[in-house]
Design a protein around this ligand. Sequence first.
Ligand SMILES: Nc1ncnc2c1ncn2[C@@H]1O[C@H](COP(=O)(O)OP(=O)(O)O)[C@@H](O)[C@H]1O
Ligand SMILES: [Mg+2]
Length: 399
Amino acid sequence: MMKKIMLLGSGELGREFVIAAKRLGQYVIAVDSYNDAPAQQVADHREVIDMLDGTALDAIVARHRPDVIVPEIEAIRTERFYEYEKEGIQVVPSARAANFTMNRKAIRDLASKELGLRTAAYRYAASKEELKRAIGEVGVPCVVKPLMSSSGKGQSTVKTEEDIEYAWSYSQSGRRGDIADVIVEAFVPFHTEITLLTVTQKNGPTLFCPPIGHRQERGDYQESWQPCRIGETQLQEAREIAEKVTRSLTGAGIWGVEFFLADDGLYFSELSPRPHDTGMVTLAGTQNLTEFELHARAILGLPIPEIELLRVGASAVVLADKEGKNPVYTGLEDALREVGSDIRIFGKPTSRPYRRMAVMLANDRLGGDVDAVKEKAVANAGKVTVMSEQTSGFPSGNG
Ligand SMILES: Nc1ncnc2c1ncn2[C@@H]1O[C@H](COP(=O)(O)OP(=O)(O)O)[C@@H](O)[C@H]1O
Ligand SMILES: [Mg+2]
């Protein structure tokens, strides 16, 4: 049962997905906007195009005639997906899911208005004046995000009136695509933030991974850990919400459903219709199947008899601090000394400040101390240094 899979977006999550798909004997074409992207290095074939260019996308789909299209990122001309589905191509999880989640308004209105889920209070604004009015209604502190953006780009927190000017201009420089509108969300004073990895199947019930806790900085995750201890009632509630929203969006695959846990309960935040970056913790051997293996099985309609927690684990990101090319990694001898310590180096051909280059993994036996495992992953990540060849004309110190 070999299928031709076209992966749109070839970063570190795509790379692990390709490895999972190859292990199941599939053929994968990895697409990205630059050559030698992480997933392209392990795929059968590669294409380099601007995935926001619908004509370029149509051209490679017509040339390769894939059985399955697997989006790895949001910045794709996803409107075309409806057409591909009509032509009989399986879009993962579905054209509807990809289109709803690429714009914060579509998914938020679906969650809040149609499905009645509890979210932070929110308004939309299309200009600086509308933003001022929206902030007046939502109150401060609040979070301003472009409707189309990811990884914290263009996102800022407004605490006082003075922050509004910056919030608007940053939203405009950080947005993706031609939509200027932003969402203004009341700040949720959460004590815990979780990702509930959810698997929808072609022939089988919706499954849930044990919840993953994570910490964000500058809009990017820094550490994630599994399991994240939350109350049984809240976990049940989170599962019901995840089931509801994924059923409405339709299709088979893995989803990362994000929630905030505050003193007054659970808030739905957003979701990814694909593997989630915080889910890289499953590479630490926490489960019988990683999030990438689950995605591959769900896409191919292969059985997933159960998702079992085997160990406690954590992941911590390794970031670059300079612009450069051909990075090498030092400190691995120290970082990998302990039992249960492991690393995934993504193979990115260039570095820049804050670019995620690798992830450090740590685990312990079931019942072990998750906080201690998290600290171990963070400490070991700190032992790894990314050294790249300088690409700018200026000396960059002792790198
Ligand atoms: N309304 C909010 N209240 C408090 N924190 C928020 C809120 N919205 C976002 N955040 C913080 O910012 C992070 C990124 O926001 P998110 O909406 O998930 O955007 P992205 O699409 O970039 O992941 C969240 O994981 C959370 O830590
Ligand atoms: Mg998010």
